[in-house]
Write a protein that binds this ligand. Structure first.
Ligand code: GGG
Length: 365
């Protein structure tokens, strides 16, 4: 088999810092497990805007379509706040998701034992938590037309449109049922069918797809009630499927059940390529965190866990993914913590790069 190809787009803010730690892990796999990757580094977001005047060049987009997987850090930052929306850093990320057609964004929220005490919730609420949120990623209010800021009756009006076709709902529902079949056969679909037309259609289509999966216990919840239940007793869920916007909000909330937003990885998957593997991009759920960028404070675990997801879903290296997850578990069990995993008066945190080094050392052990 030819060497698997990986396009790395570190992006902005803490993106390059956390990605530097993933590169150490990739090097470790090459040196110790004979697992080498054909790695290309490129620009996305504000970094691409600074270099090329666009948040994602056509050349980079073409590369992303060719490789076996894309690994992205984070995009955005206050420096770009006043730019026209068409060239904002986030548009680079949205273009990748849309043009690669990465419709199923898997966001696992798992609470490592060592962090169960640290979560903002009671230990029995989060200990052993292992849920999967599937966020639809290529449609909904992020992409619906019309959109824009217009002037009407002498005042400006901001417009976004929530729009879902049956086929868009159907394919993400089917992926979620398939996932549920490989897990605990339980799927909860979240929308706002009480107040939104798209929510009514969402519920109808998910119910219809569910008829093909009689072994999966399907439930429906309004997304606001789902947010409350996630905080109250998250272990009632296994797989959650929801739309683009609700998925973004619910997964950030779920991150805090694991201890920190710095712990949540993601895999954005599309249709299978010629080799049978899905088109894929992996990225931490967190953004560019400009407030701590360049200070060595960022937690690289979400980005490293995203690489573990790439090993599992794109490179058929499930055992190596588990090896990496166990190394992270060991480091956390040893009490190693970046600042986000310590309370205000906690012990001294390690830096981003020290956390990466500790994980490499745990892989060595
Ligand atoms: N690593 C994820 C990231 O950089 N997120 C920033 C962002 O622009 N997110 C848009 C969204 O997913 O809603």
């Amino acid at each position: 088999m030819s060497t698997p190809s990986l396009l790395i787009l570190p992006g902005d803010g803490i993106g390059p810092e956390v990605m530097a730690e993933v590169v150490k892990i990739i090097d470790w796999y090459g040196e110790n497990r004979g697992l080498t990757f054909d790695v290309t580094m490129d620009l996305v977001g504000g970094a691409a805007y600074d270099a090329h005047g666009v948040p994602l060049s056509d050349e980079t987009m073409a590369k992303a379509q060719e490789v076996d997987a894309v690994l992205l850090g984070a995009v955005g930052g206050p420096k770009y706040d006043t730019l026209d929306f068409s060239v904002k850093p986030e548009r680079g990320l949205l273009r990748l998701r849309k043009e690669m057609d990465l419709f199923a964004n898997l966001r696992p929220a798992q609470c490592f034992d060592a962090l169960a005490d640290f979560s903002s919730l009671k230990k029995d609420v989060v200990a052993g938590l292992d849920i999967m949120i599937v966020r639809e990623l290529t449609s909904g209010i992020y992409f619906g037309e019309p959109r824009g800021i217009i002037t009407e009756n002498n005042e400006r009006v901001g417009i976004n449109t929530q729009r879902y076709t049956e086929s868009e709902i159907e394919r993400v529902a089917r992926s979620s049922f398939e996932l549920a079949m490989r897990r605990n056969r339980k799927l909860c679909s979240m929308e706002k069918a009480n107040v939104m037309e798209s929510g009514i259609l969402w519920r109808e289509v998910v119910t219809e797809v569910g008829k093909d999966y009689p072994d999966v216990a399907l439930s429906h919840m309004y997304a606001d009630a789902g947010a409350m239940q996630l905080c109250r007793w998250p272990k009632q869920f296994d797989v959650i499927v929801t739309d683009n916007l609700f998925g973004d909000l619910l997964s950030d909330a779920a991150a805090m059940l694991t201890g920190s937003l710095g712990m949540l990885p993601s895999a954005s998957l599309g249709a299978p390529m010629a080799n049978g593997r899905p088109k894929a991009m992996y990225e931490p759920v967190h953004g560019s965190a400009p407030d701590i960028a360049g200070q060595g404070k960022a937690n690289p675990i979400a980005c490293i866990l995203s690489f573990a997801m790439a090993l599992r879903y794109s490179f058929d290296e499930g055992e190596e993914a588990t090896r990496l997850e166990k190394a992270i578990e060991k480091v956390l069990a040893d009490g190693v913590r970046t600042a986000d995993l310590l309370g205000e008066e906690g012990a001294t945190p390690v830096s981003t790069s020290e956390m990466g080094d500790k994980i490499v050392a745990a892989l060595d052990a």
